[in-house]
Ligand binder design. Sequence first.
Ligand SMILES: Cc1cc2nc3c(=O)[nH]c(=O)nc-3n(C[C@H](O)[C@H](O)[C@H](O)COP(=O)(O)OP(=O)(O)OC[C@H]3O[C@@H](n4cnc5c(N)ncnc54)[C@H](O)[C@@H]3O)c2cc1C
Length: 394
Amino acid sequence: MSEISYDKTDPHDFLDIDSLLSEEEILLRDTVRNYVEKEIQPHVGDWWDKGTIPHAELAKDFGELGMLGMHLEGYGCAGTSATAYGLACLELEAGDSGIRSFVSVQGSLAMFPIWKFGSEDQKQTWLPRMASGEVIGCFGLTEADSGSDPASMRTHARKDGSDWVISGSKMWITNGSIADIAVVWARTNEGVRGFIIPTDTPGFSAADIKKKASLRASVTSELVFDDVRVPEDFLLPGVSSMRGPLSCLNEARFGIAFGAMGAARDCYETALAYAKEREQFDTPIAAFQLTQRKLVEMMVAVQRGTLVALHLGRRKDEGTLTPEQVSFGKFDNVRNALDVARLARSVLGANGITLEYPVFRHMANLETVFTYEGTNEIHTLVMGQAITGLNAFT
Ligand SMILES: Cc1cc2nc3c(=O)[nH]c(=O)nc-3n(C[C@H](O)[C@H](O)[C@H](O)COP(=O)(O)OP(=O)(O)OC[C@H]3O[C@@H](n4cnc5c(N)ncnc54)[C@H](O)[C@@H]3O)c2cc1C
């Protein structure tokens, strides 16, 4: 008969989730974790405060670590499993959601559409340089009046001889003003098409969105296309419908299901350490029942969400993951991460509102993560439709 083990339980990995990872996955996870601990965590509070990131240096480092487009095969990409990519997202977001966003946008939103829908020539031209971090990409889908319903986009492209002329604007575009190329989705006579637009093309401009109170260690921009003319071979030939951008979003959302648990883990770890040190009434606050309740809620949420993410990763690797299951992970893990961050904030008391600790920064970042890549409500409707067969979007 198999018996219960009475070995000590690890407060940092309560369910021994590490035992579900391969040696290779643990090695990769630890490599990213070490990088984040050394190169991101000591500085990111300051970057966040100033609303800036050293994007060129980070791109180079991420390129050397093989983290840009890491789950894509060929063209200089690392070709790891989806699970390994997810684990990297988790570790990056333990640093900051903005840093994970930088890598997600590059790999899942800018490189993926070129890899999936691009011509051989486009792949050869862009992917190796994007994988190395030499070329930064952004993904332009959202518009000022077209967020949760991206099919209502107004940006359009018309054929003019052998060229395409693109007019309109995009809003809330991560990496917009620092990008070398923008993958932009526009309405055409042939359906929604994707274009690779070098950002030095005449008529293209990008302006940063200032005064953000969330995702401050990330560049967010408005893109304007004033009759931007590109040749036919800048059009992604492989897709002419909303399936194009939506498939990219599924890739990125998958990473978010993991990533949110990184932010949550960092909040839990910070609160646990703080509660054991901080004394009130001559007692560590960790000894109070009400604090233990919070710590246990956080720990359980992090472990549960990490298991969900890992399950999605395994399914993606075996080719059985559905978009609705991705919605499950994005929906549940992000809302739980926000709850964890808020609980951690309260454990830290007044210190919880400063940038000396990472908790408030994660909490504010997660408000963006709750909204982008399909809002919590939109993922609710995706799953609602899957279980009822009824469309409640309109
Ligand atoms: C920091 C940041 C970075 C971003 N980066 C990018 C990027 O790189 N590229 C890009 O293309 N976009 C990006 N986005 C945009 C993001 O994807 C959108 O903000 C998101 O899709 C929501 O759109 P919206 O903000 O217009 O909200 P809206 O769509 O106006 O929604 C407002 C509210 O209404 C709810 N709602 C909408 N429709 C329904 C419905 N049918 N039923 C019930 N409730 C509904 C929403 O859930 C939400 O609560 C970014 C956003 C942020 C904040």
